[in-house]
Design a binder for this molecule. Structure first.
Ligand SMILES: O=C(O)CCC(=O)N[C@@H](CCC(=O)O)C(=O)O
Ligand SMILES: [Zn+2]
Length: 352
């Protein structure tokens, strides 16, 4: 397969008409075998297509890369703004307007869900990592397993980063926020908190328990600095105001294209930090949230307020300052239907 075909499939196909032609990248021009080829651009950058939506970019040997950076999107297929960001970065790399000086793995995680205009086809892929993909045989189980293999194949250097880009179903009182997965007692990185803040993500949610999310997988299996980054609200292709993502886009571009990132000094007052206080998994057929769909993430309710009913169980606010995140009554039984968080002072955390 010639590079021109690949270039077309990434640049032209993902450009002005981001909906239909996406298929070209994900399914390959002949819509048969996965794309697997490597080509070198005139500036020496190597672009390797490992599979549909799996693109590894390596700077020329003369540039001593020090960082491995995974930038993923579309773990949820309807979260389109991050897909557009990744598309534009790839286009700019292919046209040599963006010249990476670090190794980068771009992952468009769930192409089938993108083409289906849905969060997922059979199963929420962000519950299938760290081995959970062994518990089923849908295409999403297979893809999560493949993605773990590609990430393992990619990470080589000591400094490892993974930004898994998402958008949230609801509005959020903090429009952009990141989930900092369980570090198993390891310290939180001041440099990463500062980098995220410079990307416009000044709100952090600490999830201090193992999960089956993609970002936790990279922390646990590869000792990467990894985050689920929520950049705004879910909207269909063409309806994203990309100016709202400009700061994150520019931060990520700087990260991959500069030898040493210059960051402002760490300042605790710059960050809003929340600790996950309860994870509520749906248990019954009769599950209902006791607040409307337009209630935003991070909304605080008074102590005792009824948040949800799950069969006979009533979930009420237990602590002052408790707020809701990611409420979703439509999840499958056994899956997370709601998180609650409380503010926590950064000074209480081990930082490095
Ligand atoms: O808006 C929502 O309800 C869901 C947004 C979303 O997809 N969030 C991620 C968070 C992953 C994590 O906890 O690291 C998810 O639910 O998978
Ligand atoms: Zn998502």
């Amino acid at each position: 397969m010639s590079f021109d075909v690949l270039r077309w499939s990434v640049s032209a196909a993902l450009a002005e008409r981001p909906d239909a032609p996406l298929a070209a990248l994900f399914q390959g021009p002949a819509q048969t075998d996965p794309i697997q080829t490597t080509q070198t651009l005139s500036n020496g950058t190597e672009v390797a297509f490992w599979d549909y939506g799996v693109i590894a970019v390596t700077p020329p040997a003369s540039v001593a890369a020090t960082k491995d950076v995974v930038i993923s999107c579309a773990v949820h297929g309807d979260e389109t703004a991050p897909i557009e960001m990744v598309r534009d970065m790839l286009q700019d790399i292919l046209s040599e307007r963006l010249v990476p000086s670090q190794r980068v793995l771009f992952l468009i995680a769930n192409p089938a869900a993108i083409l289906n205009n849905s969060r997922f086809v059979d199963v929420n892929m962000n519950r299938l990592f760290s081995g959970a993909h062994n518990q089923g045989d849908t295409a999403e189980h297979q893809r999560a397993s493949d993605i773990e293999r590609y990430v393992s194949q990619f990470f080589k250097l000591k400094q490892r980063y993974h930004y898994d880009l998402h958008t949230a179903i609801r509005d959020s009182k903090h429009e952009q926020f990141a989930v900092y997965p369980f570090t198993h007692g390891g310290p939180y990185s001041k440099q990463q908190l500062t980098f995220l803040a410079e990307c416009g993500v000044d709100t952090i949610l600490l999830n201090r328990a193992p999960t089956t999310t993609f970002s936790y997988y990279s922390v646990q299996a590869h000792k990467a600095h990894a985050f689920t980054v929520e950049l705004g609200k879910v909207r269909p292709f063409g309806q994203n105001d990309m100016s709202r993502f400009a700061q994150a886009d520019s931060g990520l571009r700087k990260l991959i294209s500069t030898a040493a990132l210059e960051l402002r000094e760490f300042s605790p007052s710059r960050h809003h930090v929340y600790d996950v206080c309860r994870t509520i998994n749906r248990q019954a057929e009769q599950f209902a949230l006791n607040f409307p769909d337009n209630v935003a993430n991070f909304t605080e309710f008074a102590q005792g307020h009824l948040l949800a009913t799950d069969g006979e169980i009533e979930y009420r606010v237990e602590q002052p300052g408790e707020r809701i995140i990611f409420p979703n009554a439509n999840v499958a039984i056994g899956q997370r239907a709601l998180l609650t968080v409380v503010p926590i002072a950064l000074e209480q955390l081990k930082l490095v």
